[in-house]
Design a protein around this ligand. Structure first.
Ligand code: BGP
Length: 470
């Protein structure tokens, strides 16, 4: 099997809230993730709603990328990265989210960050909102269930599209937009025990779809070279058996948990199966005049997605479950699982790439893929992460088949957490994904020193050979 093209965007991905730290520096306001405590393996993180004394919040310092980014990007340059994906912390630009005037110090930080990437030969790839909405928008407005969020978000988009025009070309509007339904708290919708929680969650989803579409239109108006994508979490679900009911359930899960979100943003309308589903739930979502037109106008340029694992579906009861940070499913007897219970399935990547491309025939961007592992530093101070190399090699091989054999168009591949960072799902540092080790533990102890793992040289070689030497 041969190489990928020279302009294929190899790189890595992080998110502001999981890496930057400096949570109150240079005028930054509190974001939703700043008040989420650390969890334990397999235990979801807790939203406390305010900062409590003597409580550990891992995102406050994270890996202090805010002060280490030059050193980190130098290492990424050494690996030959052609792009670097991160997000812009909304609260650095608008500390409360509802102000008119942006915070210049925050804008300047990202100017410097993007300049540094460009200087080192990397295209910035930017997620506009990656789980880090301003806390004020949750507490004062009720999060995305409130329609006013659309205007606040678009104001933020306008400011950053204008400011970084010519520097940033690749944008994604919302990280894993399906999280608005899978975990509505991430969109600031709280109160699970309340009767209207479901309605508020779906209303929040509608507002995000309108906001995303309007952002696409605005981004194209501000710079016609902008490429603006959606970003969806992919739930790959296979039937456990050939029993038609299992097949039906797996397909239903894929549609409702993954394709519904990409269909809406690629095709620019609510598919009839989504309309019927919402009708069956008996929910009356407020759709204002102009919303559907805006959605039609703002179709995305590419499909960005995360892929880590797959699961299976069956109508049988009492069957072993498997993990995932926003999803879970039934265990597949043919697959191994990671320490966190995520099933490792490289072939699922080729499968989902083909499913997306068959459906839309627009370019894909694999913006997250990787293995979370509790790496141990050996006596020589080195992490020999052969397991990570095996995982990535298998996935890149399948990606290459999708591109070179099946003809799927792909813009690039960014390995998740290319530098170790705080886990979104659990808040642990010990769930590491990086090629670069960061000396920091689950309680925040450590020197923050960066060092190369074995996978560092491996990935460097992959990129240098355009994906040939795996
Ligand atoms: C995705 C998120 C990321 C990231 C990744 C790994 O859902 O977009 O922010 O963290 O999953 O998940 P985790 O950190 O829970 O291992």
């Amino acid at each position: 099997m041969s190489q990928l093209s020279k302009d294929f965007l190899w790189g890595g991905a992080i998110a502001a809230n999981q890496a930057e730290g400096a949570y109150l520096e240079d005028g930054k306001g509190l974001s939703l993730m700043d008040i989420v405590t650390a969890g334990k393996k397999g235990v979801s993180r807790r939203f406390t709603n305010k900062i409590e004394k003597d409580t550990y919040y891992p995102n406050h310092e994270a890996i202090d990328f805010y002060h280490h980014y030059k050193e980190d990007l130098a290492l990424c340059e050494e690996m030959g990265f052609r792009c670097f994906r991160t997000s812009i912390a909304w609260t650095r630009i608008f500390p409360l989210g509802d102000e008119d005037t942006p915070n210049e110090a925050g804008l300047k930080f990202y100017d410097d960050l993007f300049d540094e990437m460009i200087k080192r030969g990397m295209q910035p790839v930017v997620t506009i909102s990656h789980y880090e909405m301003p806390l004020n928008l949750v507490q004062k407005y009720g999060g995305w269930a409130n329609r006013q969020l659309i205007d606040f978000y678009l104001h933020f988009c306008e400011v950053i599209f204008k400011r970084y025009k010519g520097k940033v070309k690749y944008w994604m509007t919302f990280n894993e937009i399906n999280s608005v339904i899978l975990m509505p708290e991430i969109a600031g919708v709280v109160g699970r025990d309340q009767d209207d929680f479901l309605l508020r969650s779906y209303q929040a989803a509608h507002h995000q779809f309108v906001a995303s579409a309007k952002a696409v239109t605005l981004g194209h108006q501000i710079d016609k070279d902008n490429q603006i994508g959606c970003m969806v979490l992919t739930l790959v679900n296979y039937p456990l058996t050939s029993r038609p009911e299992d097949v039906e359930l797996a397909e239903y899960n894929m549609r409702m948990k993954t394709f519904a979100f990409s269909d809406i943003q690629v095709k620019g309308h609510y598919p009839r199966y989504v309309q019927k589903y919402v009708e069956r739930l008996g929910l009356h979502i407020q759709i204002e005049p102009g919303d559907l037109e805006a959605m039609k106008e703002g179709c995305v340029d590419f499909v960005g997605f995360s892929y880590y694992s797959s699961s299976v579906a069956t109508i049988q009861k009492d069957i072993e479950k498997t993990g995932g940070n926003l999803t879970s499913g039934v265990k597949n007897p043919y697959l191994e699982t990671s320490e966190w219970g995520w099933q490792v399935d490289a072939k699922g990547l080729r499968y989902i790439m083909n499913r997306f491309y068959d459906r839309y025939e627009i370019p894909l961007f694999i913006v997250e893929n990787g293995l979370g592992y509790n790496d141990q530093v050996n006596a020589n101070g080195y992490v020999e992460d052969d397991y990570r190399i095996a995982y990535l090699k298998a996935h890149i091989e399948e990606m290459k088949k999708a591109i070179l054999i099946d003809g799927v168009e792909v813009i690039g591949y960014t390995a998740w957490g290319c530098i170790d960072l705080v886990s979104a799902g659990t808040g642990e540092m010990s769930k590491r994904y990086g090629f670069i080790y960061v000396d920091r533990d689950d309680l925040g102890n450590g020197t923050l020193k960066r060092s190369k793992k074995k996978s560092f040289d491996w990935y460097k070689n992959v990129i240098a050979s355009d994906g040939e030497n795996l």
